[in-house]
Design a protein around this ligand. Structure first.
Ligand code: FES
Ligand code: FE
Length: 452
Protein backbone atom coordinates (compact mmCIF):
# COMPACT_ATOMS: atom_id res chain seq x y z
CA UNK A 1 0.00 0.00 0.00
CA UNK A 2 1.14 3.53 -0.78
CA UNK A 3 1.40 6.08 2.01
CA UNK A 4 -1.55 8.44 2.20
CA UNK A 5 -1.69 11.97 3.59
CA UNK A 6 -4.61 14.14 4.41
CA UNK A 7 -4.88 16.03 1.11
CA UNK A 8 -5.80 19.46 2.46
CA UNK A 9 -2.98 19.22 4.96
CA UNK A 10 -0.34 18.29 2.41
CA UNK A 11 -1.50 21.01 0.00
CA UNK A 12 -1.37 23.57 2.81
CA UNK A 13 2.17 22.44 3.68
CA UNK A 14 3.11 22.67 0.01
CA UNK A 15 1.81 26.23 -0.08
CA UNK A 16 3.81 27.18 3.00
CA UNK A 17 6.86 25.38 1.62
CA UNK A 18 6.68 27.07 -1.77
CA UNK A 19 6.62 30.49 -0.10
CA UNK A 20 10.18 29.58 0.94
CA UNK A 21 11.13 27.73 -2.25
CA UNK A 22 10.80 24.34 -0.53
CA UNK A 23 8.64 21.31 -1.26
CA UNK A 24 7.44 18.62 1.14
CA UNK A 25 8.73 15.19 0.05
CA UNK A 26 5.30 13.56 0.37
CA UNK A 27 4.00 14.97 -2.91
CA UNK A 28 6.33 12.56 -4.75
CA UNK A 29 4.73 9.39 -3.46
CA UNK A 30 1.33 9.66 -1.88
CA UNK A 31 -1.92 8.07 -2.93
CA UNK A 32 -4.11 11.01 -1.85
CA UNK A 33 -1.96 13.39 -3.87
CA UNK A 34 -1.87 11.02 -6.83
CA UNK A 35 -5.61 10.50 -6.90
CA UNK A 36 -6.16 14.25 -6.78
CA UNK A 37 -3.68 14.71 -9.63
CA UNK A 38 -5.54 12.21 -11.78
CA UNK A 39 -8.84 14.02 -11.14
CA UNK A 40 -7.80 17.65 -10.99
CA UNK A 41 -4.84 17.81 -13.35
CA UNK A 42 -5.24 15.01 -15.89
CA UNK A 43 -9.04 15.12 -15.73
CA UNK A 44 -9.20 18.84 -16.36
CA UNK A 45 -6.20 20.05 -18.37
CA UNK A 46 -5.24 19.96 -22.00
CA UNK A 47 -3.16 16.79 -22.30
CA UNK A 48 -1.11 15.78 -25.35
CA UNK A 49 -2.41 12.58 -26.96
CA UNK A 50 -0.77 12.13 -30.36
CA UNK A 51 0.97 13.80 -33.24
CA UNK A 52 -1.08 14.04 -36.44
CA UNK A 53 1.70 12.32 -38.40
CA UNK A 54 0.91 9.17 -36.39
CA UNK A 55 -2.59 9.01 -37.89
CA UNK A 56 -2.30 10.53 -41.38
CA UNK A 57 -4.95 8.41 -43.17
CA UNK A 58 -8.68 7.80 -42.65
CA UNK A 59 -9.07 4.84 -40.29
CA UNK A 60 -5.68 5.29 -38.64
CA UNK A 61 -5.70 5.09 -34.87
CA UNK A 62 -3.36 4.98 -31.89
CA UNK A 63 -4.16 3.95 -28.36
CA UNK A 64 -3.07 6.51 -25.79
CA UNK A 65 -3.67 7.60 -22.21
CA UNK A 66 -5.05 10.62 -20.42
CA UNK A 67 -4.07 10.19 -16.81
CA UNK A 68 -5.02 6.58 -16.10
CA UNK A 69 -7.73 6.35 -18.78
CA UNK A 70 -6.97 4.57 -22.06
CA UNK A 71 -8.18 6.54 -25.07
CA UNK A 72 -8.29 5.77 -28.78
CA UNK A 73 -7.23 8.63 -31.04
CA UNK A 74 -8.75 8.06 -34.46
CA UNK A 75 -8.78 9.70 -37.89
CA UNK A 76 -12.31 9.23 -39.21
CA UNK A 77 -13.56 9.07 -42.81
CA UNK A 78 -14.09 12.83 -42.85
CA UNK A 79 -10.49 13.45 -41.77
CA UNK A 80 -11.58 14.51 -38.29
CA UNK A 81 -9.73 13.51 -35.13
CA UNK A 82 -11.67 11.78 -32.36
CA UNK A 83 -10.43 11.06 -28.85
CA UNK A 84 -12.57 8.21 -27.52
CA UNK A 85 -12.72 6.46 -24.20
CA UNK A 86 -11.49 2.89 -24.59
CA UNK A 87 -14.13 1.46 -22.25
CA UNK A 88 -17.03 -0.48 -23.74
CA UNK A 89 -20.39 0.97 -22.75
CA UNK A 90 -21.74 -2.53 -22.02
CA UNK A 91 -19.32 -3.70 -19.27
CA UNK A 92 -16.20 -1.58 -19.64
CA UNK A 93 -13.94 -3.98 -21.52
CA UNK A 94 -11.28 -2.25 -23.64
CA UNK A 95 -12.67 -2.25 -27.17
CA UNK A 96 -9.26 -1.56 -28.72
CA UNK A 97 -6.50 -3.88 -27.65
CA UNK A 98 -3.69 -2.78 -29.96
CA UNK A 99 -1.39 0.23 -29.81
CA UNK A 100 -1.98 1.34 -33.38
CA UNK A 101 -3.55 0.31 -36.64
CA UNK A 102 -6.16 1.16 -39.23
CA UNK A 103 -9.79 0.25 -38.78
CA UNK A 104 -13.20 1.80 -39.28
CA UNK A 105 -14.59 -0.20 -36.36
CA UNK A 106 -13.69 -1.38 -32.89
CA UNK A 107 -15.37 -4.59 -31.82
CA UNK A 108 -15.45 -5.40 -28.15
CA UNK A 109 -14.08 -8.87 -27.50
CA UNK A 110 -16.45 -9.56 -24.59
CA UNK A 111 -19.96 -9.60 -26.15
CA UNK A 112 -19.16 -8.04 -29.50
CA UNK A 113 -20.65 -4.56 -29.35
CA UNK A 114 -19.10 -2.70 -32.25
CA UNK A 115 -18.26 1.00 -32.48
CA UNK A 116 -17.40 3.18 -35.48
CA UNK A 117 -14.13 5.13 -35.32
CA UNK A 118 -16.22 8.20 -34.52
CA UNK A 119 -17.31 6.46 -31.31
CA UNK A 120 -20.87 5.66 -32.33
CA UNK A 121 -22.30 2.25 -31.41
CA UNK A 122 -23.09 0.60 -34.74
CA UNK A 123 -23.51 -3.08 -33.95
CA UNK A 124 -24.90 -5.34 -31.24
CA UNK A 125 -24.88 -9.15 -31.78
CA UNK A 126 -28.29 -10.89 -31.92
CA UNK A 127 -29.92 -7.47 -32.08
CA UNK A 128 -33.55 -8.55 -32.64
CA UNK A 129 -33.61 -11.38 -30.16
CA UNK A 130 -31.44 -9.70 -27.56
CA UNK A 131 -32.76 -6.14 -27.72
CA UNK A 132 -35.72 -6.09 -30.11
CA UNK A 133 -34.76 -2.80 -31.70
CA UNK A 134 -31.42 -1.04 -32.32
CA UNK A 135 -29.92 0.85 -29.40
CA UNK A 136 -29.35 4.56 -29.94
CA UNK A 137 -25.84 4.61 -31.41
CA UNK A 138 -25.00 8.09 -30.15
CA UNK A 139 -26.41 7.60 -26.69
CA UNK A 140 -24.53 4.31 -26.33
CA UNK A 141 -21.40 5.38 -28.13
CA UNK A 142 -17.95 5.54 -26.54
CA UNK A 143 -17.38 8.59 -24.36
CA UNK A 144 -15.67 11.35 -26.31
CA UNK A 145 -13.17 13.86 -24.98
CA UNK A 146 -15.26 17.04 -25.16
CA UNK A 147 -12.35 19.21 -26.31
CA UNK A 148 -9.79 18.25 -28.94
CA UNK A 149 -7.50 20.69 -30.71
CA UNK A 150 -4.07 20.67 -32.26
CA UNK A 151 -1.09 22.93 -32.67
CA UNK A 152 1.44 22.26 -35.38
CA UNK A 153 0.23 18.65 -35.54
CA UNK A 154 0.42 18.12 -31.77
CA UNK A 155 -3.04 16.92 -30.75
CA UNK A 156 -4.24 17.79 -27.27
CA UNK A 157 -7.47 16.72 -25.60
CA UNK A 158 -9.28 17.73 -22.44
CA UNK A 159 -11.67 15.48 -20.52
CA UNK A 160 -13.38 18.60 -19.23
CA UNK A 161 -15.38 20.89 -21.52
CA UNK A 162 -14.64 23.72 -19.16
CA UNK A 163 -11.11 24.67 -20.27
CA UNK A 164 -9.73 27.73 -21.97
CA UNK A 165 -8.98 27.44 -25.72
CA UNK A 166 -5.80 25.45 -26.41
CA UNK A 167 -4.01 28.48 -27.82
CA UNK A 168 -4.66 30.48 -24.64
CA UNK A 169 -3.64 27.55 -22.48
CA UNK A 170 -0.34 27.06 -24.30
CA UNK A 171 0.38 30.80 -24.45
CA UNK A 172 4.12 31.40 -24.84
CA UNK A 173 4.77 27.65 -24.91
CA UNK A 174 2.70 27.47 -28.11
CA UNK A 175 4.78 30.31 -29.51
CA UNK A 176 7.91 28.33 -28.67
CA UNK A 177 6.48 25.10 -30.10
CA UNK A 178 5.74 26.98 -33.34
CA UNK A 179 9.37 28.14 -33.42
CA UNK A 180 10.79 24.67 -32.69
CA UNK A 181 8.95 22.83 -35.44
CA UNK A 182 8.40 25.85 -37.70
CA UNK A 183 11.94 25.97 -39.12
CA UNK A 184 10.27 24.58 -42.21
CA UNK A 185 6.63 25.10 -43.28
CA UNK A 186 6.10 21.30 -43.50
CA UNK A 187 7.17 20.90 -39.89
CA UNK A 188 8.22 17.64 -38.29
CA UNK A 189 6.84 14.12 -38.13
CA UNK A 190 7.30 11.19 -35.81
CA UNK A 191 9.99 8.72 -36.88
CA UNK A 192 7.96 5.83 -35.46
CA UNK A 193 5.92 4.78 -32.46
CA UNK A 194 7.06 5.87 -29.01
CA UNK A 195 9.47 3.84 -26.90
CA UNK A 196 7.74 2.95 -23.65
CA UNK A 197 9.16 1.84 -20.34
CA UNK A 198 8.31 2.13 -16.69
CA UNK A 199 10.40 3.78 -14.03
CA UNK A 200 9.83 3.87 -10.28
CA UNK A 201 9.75 7.66 -10.29
CA UNK A 202 7.08 10.30 -9.93
CA UNK A 203 5.90 11.95 -13.16
CA UNK A 204 6.51 15.43 -11.74
CA UNK A 205 10.22 14.79 -11.24
CA UNK A 206 10.62 14.07 -14.94
CA UNK A 207 8.49 17.05 -15.99
CA UNK A 208 10.41 19.31 -13.63
CA UNK A 209 13.78 18.06 -14.92
CA UNK A 210 12.82 18.87 -18.51
CA UNK A 211 11.45 22.27 -17.49
CA UNK A 212 15.04 23.36 -17.08
CA UNK A 213 17.24 21.38 -14.69
CA UNK A 214 20.51 22.17 -16.36
CA UNK A 215 22.28 21.94 -13.01
CA UNK A 216 22.38 18.12 -13.10
CA UNK A 217 23.97 17.86 -16.52
CA UNK A 218 27.74 18.06 -15.82
CA UNK A 219 27.39 15.81 -12.80
CA UNK A 220 24.84 13.13 -13.69
CA UNK A 221 25.80 13.00 -17.38
CA UNK A 222 29.53 13.53 -16.81
CA UNK A 223 30.33 10.01 -17.99
CA UNK A 224 29.02 10.89 -21.47
CA UNK A 225 31.73 13.51 -21.70
CA UNK A 226 34.34 11.05 -20.38
CA UNK A 227 33.62 8.55 -23.13
CA UNK A 228 33.57 11.26 -25.79
CA UNK A 229 29.90 11.37 -26.81
CA UNK A 230 29.20 14.77 -25.27
CA UNK A 231 31.15 17.94 -24.59
CA UNK A 232 30.99 21.29 -22.86
CA UNK A 233 28.58 20.05 -20.21
CA UNK A 234 29.96 22.48 -17.62
CA UNK A 235 28.88 25.49 -19.65
CA UNK A 236 25.13 25.05 -19.11
CA UNK A 237 24.91 27.15 -15.97
CA UNK A 238 26.64 30.13 -17.50
CA UNK A 239 25.00 29.96 -20.94
CA UNK A 240 21.56 28.70 -19.93
CA UNK A 241 18.63 30.86 -21.06
CA UNK A 242 15.47 29.86 -19.16
CA UNK A 243 12.02 30.77 -20.48
CA UNK A 244 8.99 30.80 -18.19
CA UNK A 245 5.67 30.86 -20.04
CA UNK A 246 2.78 30.77 -17.57
CA UNK A 247 0.44 27.84 -16.81
CA UNK A 248 3.44 25.83 -15.59
CA UNK A 249 5.13 25.68 -19.00
CA UNK A 250 8.89 26.31 -19.09
CA UNK A 251 11.85 25.80 -21.44
CA UNK A 252 15.63 26.02 -21.06
CA UNK A 253 17.60 27.53 -23.90
CA UNK A 254 21.34 27.69 -24.41
CA UNK A 255 23.13 30.72 -25.86
CA UNK A 256 24.67 28.45 -28.49
CA UNK A 257 26.31 31.09 -30.66
CA UNK A 258 28.05 32.59 -27.60
CA UNK A 259 28.85 29.35 -25.81
CA UNK A 260 30.17 27.37 -28.80
CA UNK A 261 31.07 29.82 -31.60
CA UNK A 262 29.25 32.51 -33.59
CA UNK A 263 28.60 30.15 -36.50
CA UNK A 264 26.87 27.60 -34.27
CA UNK A 265 23.38 28.71 -35.30
CA UNK A 266 20.20 26.59 -35.21
CA UNK A 267 21.45 24.16 -32.53
CA UNK A 268 24.42 23.29 -34.76
CA UNK A 269 22.29 21.60 -37.43
CA UNK A 270 24.54 20.43 -40.30
CA UNK A 271 24.30 22.25 -43.66
CA UNK A 272 22.38 19.44 -45.36
CA UNK A 273 19.51 20.08 -42.91
CA UNK A 274 20.00 23.79 -42.29
CA UNK A 275 19.94 24.63 -46.00
CA UNK A 276 16.28 23.55 -46.12
CA UNK A 277 15.18 25.88 -43.33
CA UNK A 278 12.64 28.51 -44.29
CA UNK A 279 11.82 30.82 -41.41
CA UNK A 280 9.19 32.85 -43.24
CA UNK A 281 6.46 31.70 -40.84
CA UNK A 282 8.29 32.91 -37.71
CA UNK A 283 8.23 36.32 -36.05
CA UNK A 284 11.35 38.32 -35.27
CA UNK A 285 11.88 36.98 -31.76
CA UNK A 286 11.23 33.39 -32.84
CA UNK A 287 13.89 33.80 -35.50
CA UNK A 288 16.27 35.19 -32.90
CA UNK A 289 15.62 32.29 -30.53
CA UNK A 290 16.02 29.50 -33.09
CA UNK A 291 19.14 31.12 -34.51
CA UNK A 292 21.00 31.84 -31.27
CA UNK A 293 19.32 30.65 -28.08
CA UNK A 294 17.30 27.56 -28.93
CA UNK A 295 15.85 25.47 -26.10
CA UNK A 296 17.54 22.20 -25.28
CA UNK A 297 14.62 21.07 -23.10
CA UNK A 298 11.13 22.19 -22.19
CA UNK A 299 7.93 21.06 -20.50
CA UNK A 300 4.37 21.85 -21.47
CA UNK A 301 2.28 21.34 -18.34
CA UNK A 302 1.41 18.79 -17.25
CA UNK A 303 3.43 16.05 -18.92
CA UNK A 304 4.73 16.75 -22.42
CA UNK A 305 8.45 17.47 -22.71
CA UNK A 306 10.91 18.33 -25.44
CA UNK A 307 14.59 17.76 -26.09
CA UNK A 308 16.76 19.00 -28.93
CA UNK A 309 20.54 18.78 -29.09
CA UNK A 310 23.55 17.22 -30.70
CA UNK A 311 23.88 13.50 -30.10
CA UNK A 312 26.69 11.21 -31.20
CA UNK A 313 26.77 7.51 -31.77
CA UNK A 314 30.40 6.83 -30.75
CA UNK A 315 31.58 6.09 -34.28
CA UNK A 316 31.86 9.74 -35.20
CA UNK A 317 28.35 10.20 -36.60
CA UNK A 318 26.41 13.01 -35.04
CA UNK A 319 22.92 14.40 -35.46
CA UNK A 320 20.82 17.14 -33.99
CA UNK A 321 18.00 15.07 -32.56
CA UNK A 322 14.52 16.11 -31.51
CA UNK A 323 12.63 14.04 -29.02
CA UNK A 324 9.23 14.61 -27.49
CA UNK A 325 8.37 12.58 -24.46
CA UNK A 326 5.39 12.13 -22.25
CA UNK A 327 5.50 11.28 -18.57
CA UNK A 328 2.52 9.00 -18.09
CA UNK A 329 1.44 8.68 -14.49
CA UNK A 330 1.04 5.04 -13.45
CA UNK A 331 0.94 5.28 -9.67
CA UNK A 332 2.10 7.60 -6.89
CA UNK A 333 5.73 6.55 -7.32
CA UNK A 334 5.60 5.07 -10.81
CA UNK A 335 5.72 6.54 -14.25
CA UNK A 336 5.77 5.27 -17.81
CA UNK A 337 8.04 7.17 -20.17
CA UNK A 338 6.85 7.48 -23.76
CA UNK A 339 9.57 8.81 -26.02
CA UNK A 340 9.15 9.75 -29.69
CA UNK A 341 11.97 10.66 -32.05
CA UNK A 342 10.94 13.43 -34.43
CA UNK A 343 12.46 14.18 -37.84
CA UNK A 344 11.90 16.91 -40.41
CA UNK A 345 9.19 16.13 -42.94
CA UNK A 346 11.58 17.21 -45.73
CA UNK A 347 14.31 14.72 -44.74
CA UNK A 348 14.93 11.72 -46.98
CA UNK A 349 14.58 8.27 -45.50
CA UNK A 350 18.28 7.71 -44.95
CA UNK A 351 18.87 10.96 -43.12
CA UNK A 352 15.68 10.58 -41.06
CA UNK A 353 16.69 7.07 -40.05
CA UNK A 354 20.14 8.18 -38.92
CA UNK A 355 18.67 10.91 -36.73
CA UNK A 356 16.06 8.58 -35.27
CA UNK A 357 18.61 5.86 -34.47
CA UNK A 358 21.06 8.27 -32.87
CA UNK A 359 18.21 9.85 -30.92
CA UNK A 360 17.18 6.42 -29.73
CA UNK A 361 20.74 5.63 -28.62
CA UNK A 362 20.71 8.67 -26.39
CA UNK A 363 17.06 9.01 -25.40
CA UNK A 364 15.48 5.63 -26.09
CA UNK A 365 14.65 3.20 -23.30
CA UNK A 366 18.25 1.91 -23.27
CA UNK A 367 19.71 5.30 -24.18
CA UNK A 368 22.77 6.53 -22.36
CA UNK A 369 21.29 9.82 -21.16
CA UNK A 370 17.98 8.23 -20.26
CA UNK A 371 19.56 5.65 -17.98
CA UNK A 372 21.42 8.33 -16.04
CA UNK A 373 18.28 10.33 -15.38
CA UNK A 374 15.76 7.66 -14.57
CA UNK A 375 17.96 6.03 -11.93
CA UNK A 376 18.43 9.39 -10.21
CA UNK A 377 14.69 10.09 -10.28
CA UNK A 378 13.89 6.96 -8.30
CA UNK A 379 15.15 8.55 -5.11
CA UNK A 380 12.30 11.00 -4.54
CA UNK A 381 9.49 8.43 -4.21
CA UNK A 382 11.60 6.37 -1.84
CA UNK A 383 12.23 9.41 0.34
CA UNK A 384 8.55 10.27 0.12
CA UNK A 385 7.51 6.82 1.31
CA UNK A 386 9.99 6.78 4.16
CA UNK A 387 8.31 6.99 7.59
CA UNK A 388 11.52 8.56 8.86
CA UNK A 389 11.55 11.33 6.23
CA UNK A 390 7.84 11.92 6.76
CA UNK A 391 8.19 12.12 10.52
CA UNK A 392 11.01 14.62 10.11
CA UNK A 393 8.85 16.61 7.68
CA UNK A 394 11.67 16.50 5.18
CA UNK A 395 11.58 19.24 2.54
CA UNK A 396 13.32 19.39 -0.83
CA UNK A 397 15.51 22.42 -1.48
CA UNK A 398 14.54 24.68 -4.40
CA UNK A 399 16.40 27.76 -3.14
CA UNK A 400 19.19 27.81 -5.69
CA UNK A 401 19.62 31.44 -6.47
CA UNK A 402 18.25 33.02 -3.31
CA UNK A 403 21.79 34.12 -2.40
CA UNK A 404 23.49 33.49 -5.71
CA UNK A 405 26.19 35.85 -6.91
CA UNK A 406 24.72 35.53 -10.42
CA UNK A 407 21.96 37.94 -11.45
CA UNK A 408 18.89 35.81 -12.07
CA UNK A 409 16.38 38.58 -12.62
CA UNK A 410 14.24 38.63 -15.77
CA UNK A 411 15.90 39.92 -18.93
CA UNK A 412 14.32 43.35 -19.43
CA UNK A 413 15.35 43.49 -23.08
CA UNK A 414 13.33 40.32 -23.88
CA UNK A 415 10.57 41.10 -26.40
CA UNK A 416 9.07 37.61 -26.71
CA UNK A 417 6.31 36.13 -24.52
CA UNK A 418 6.83 35.14 -20.90
CA UNK A 419 9.96 35.75 -18.89
CA UNK A 420 13.50 35.06 -20.01
CA UNK A 421 16.55 34.96 -17.78
CA UNK A 422 20.22 35.16 -18.70
CA UNK A 423 21.67 32.35 -16.62
CA UNK A 424 21.03 28.66 -16.23
CA UNK A 425 21.59 28.94 -12.48
CA UNK A 426 18.44 29.14 -10.39
CA UNK A 427 15.36 26.96 -10.08
CA UNK A 428 12.76 29.44 -11.28
CA UNK A 429 11.38 27.15 -13.99
CA UNK A 430 10.94 24.26 -11.58
CA UNK A 431 9.25 26.50 -9.03
CA UNK A 432 7.02 27.87 -11.77
CA UNK A 433 5.98 24.31 -12.63
CA UNK A 434 5.17 23.44 -8.98
CA UNK A 435 3.39 26.73 -8.27
CA UNK A 436 1.07 26.05 -11.18
CA UNK A 437 0.66 22.43 -10.03
CA UNK A 438 -0.43 23.71 -6.62
CA UNK A 439 -2.87 26.24 -8.12
CA UNK A 440 -4.57 23.51 -10.13
CA UNK A 441 -4.62 21.12 -7.17
CA UNK A 442 -6.22 23.79 -4.99
CA UNK A 443 -8.74 25.06 -7.55
CA UNK A 444 -12.11 25.12 -5.87
CA UNK A 445 -14.41 23.87 -8.61
CA UNK A 446 -14.05 20.11 -8.37
CA UNK A 447 -17.46 19.33 -9.80
CA UNK A 448 -16.46 15.74 -10.64
CA UNK A 449 -16.00 15.07 -6.95
CA UNK A 450 -19.23 16.75 -5.89
CA UNK A 451 -21.33 13.65 -5.44
CA UNK A 452 -18.78 11.51 -3.71
FE1 FES B 1 -18.26 -4.92 -24.47
FE2 FES B 1 -20.10 -6.55 -23.39
S1 FES B 1 -18.43 -5.53 -22.44
S2 FES B 1 -19.85 -5.99 -25.45
FE1 FE C 1 19.32 14.50 -17.79
Amino acid sequence: AWPRSDLDDILARTETGLADDLLPVEIFNDSAVFQAEVERIFGRSWVFVAHESEIPNPGDFVQRRIGLDPVIVTRDGEGGINVLSNYCRHRGTQVCQTDQGNSRFFKCNYHGWTYANTGELVGTPFLRRAYGEPLDGKEWGLLRAPRVDSRHGFVFASLSADVEPLGDYLGGAGWMLDALVGLHPDGMRVAGPPDRYQVKANWKTAAENFAGDIYHVPNLHGSMQEIGIAGGLDAGGEFGRPYEFGNGHAFMGIAWTTAVHPGFEFWGYPPEIKDHFDLSGLDEMQVHVVTHDGPIVGTIFPNLSFYRGIAMDGSGLSSVITSFRQWQPVGPGELEVWSWQFVWTFQDEQSALQDAVIGQMQFGSAGVAEQDDTVAWEGAPRAAASPWARRERMMFHFQQGNKSEVDQSPDLTWKGPGIRRLTGFGEHNQLHFYRHWLRVMQARDHSAEGDR
